[in-house]
Design a protein around this ligand. Structure first.
Ligand code: GDP
Length: 327
């Protein structure tokens, strides 16, 4: 039966999606706990394959499951790859939640996203605003798959009495992010664009949209810490928000990235690109009342993320050079 505090110590823990930005942060954080970590690479287990997932869970029997596997992307990827986003996320979600139930996992945490809330939800967005209004159209397929996951965890909890919970992180960034020029989220996109502009001494950098939308950004290691905290201390049916409680405009954010990267040219806005939701600041009251708050400021987090980007770039260059030598 669901209860808190939930004892993690000594448990076998499966992090689904461990190669992603969130999953790898969870592995870093869980290394500080006395748990036995289980992971499965893509070649070993395709999470979209129902039979394969069922067999893997039956063979490995994790006691605790973090569902950090998802097909994710920024506003352009969500809008363009609508079919893939709804199918892959629904498949991954339903396969894992059902297999965890069937193999008698003790606790499961499903990770959603703040885009599940109505486009024009009252700010800051309370967990109770779920399903009270229309979604933002650019990421509706992704949001629908994530809402299905929340409702599935809730339904299994109510019908089978299992301890399955859902957490809703705000916009995330940090090491392991995807820097694809078109498909990435705004933080990775701007780190890369400002960095390249600095190197090429470009007079200006283009930022999508009007610059007016407001976003809340959480450093991914803070998210991982919140997830471990909630795994131990949260056991309710509804989702719980994870954020910093503060947001800034995209224009202000772009200026912060310019400072971090050391770019001194102009910033231009391309209003032909979509703005997406005007604002999505999460109400983190529930989380703070439980006793957790974010500890990394945006300035520090951006510095760490830029450092990770540079390391990654150096690594890619070294590998590219090695390829040239061997081929
Ligand atoms: P969203 O929070 O789901 O809209 O995800 P994104 O991280 O993709 O976008 C956040 C905001 O940043 C939106 O208003 C975008 O229009 C804006 N933005 C500005 N420049 C960029 C960019 O180069 N890439 C992305 N993905 N978003 C950008």
């Amino acid at each position: 039966m669901p209860h808190t505090p939930f004892e993690l110590d000594g448990k076998t823990v499966f992090v689904a999606g461990h190669r992603g930005m969130v999953g790898s942060a969870l592995l870093r954080r869980l290394a500080q706990e006395g748990v036995k970590l289980l992971t499965a690479g893509r070649a070993e287990l395709d999470l979209r394959d129902q039979a394969a997932v069922r067999e893997w869970f039956a063979a490995n029997r994790p006691q605790v499951v973090f569902v950090a596997a998802a097909k994710v992307g920024g506003i352009a990827a969500n809008n363009a790859l609508r079919g893939q986003f709804i199918y892959e996320n629904l498949a991954i979600t339903t396969n894992i939640i059902h297999a965890a139930y069937a193999s008698r996992a003790e606790k499961l945490m499903f990770l959603g996203s703040s885009c599940i809330y109505p486009r024009l939800a009252a700010q800051p967005i309370s967990e109770d605003s779920l399903l009270t209004g229309p979604l933002e159209p650019t990421n509706e397929p992704y949001a629908i798959a994530k809402i299905a996951g929340i409702k599935m965890a809730e339904a299994y909890r109510s019908q089978y009495g299992v301890d399955f919970v859902s957490v809703m992180p705000t916009n995330l960034y940090g090491p392991g992010d995807n820097y694809h020029p078109e498909h990435s989220h705004v933080v990775a996109a701007l780190i890369r664009r400002f960095h390249e502009a600095k190197l090429s001494k470009a007079p200006s950098v283009v930022v999508w949209g009007t610059g007016a939308p407001r976003r809340e950004f959480l450093y991914v290691d803070d998210l991982a810490d919140a997830c471990v905290f909630l795994m131990k201390n949260y056991s309710d049916a509804g989702p719980i928000n994870i954020g910093t409680g503060e947001d800034i405009t995209i224009a202000e954010f772009a200026a912060e990235v310019a400072v971090t990267v050391g770019y001194t040219g102009e910033i231009e806005f391309d209003a032909s690109r979509p703005d997406g939701t005007p604002r999505k600041l999460l109400d983190v009251g529930r989380l703070s009342r439980l006793g957790w708050r974010a500890s990394t400021s945006l300035r520090d987090g951006l510095r760490l993320a830029y450092g990770a980007f540079l390391d990654n770039e150096a690594f890619d260059k070294k590998n590219a050079a090695a390829d040239l030598v061997t081929s």
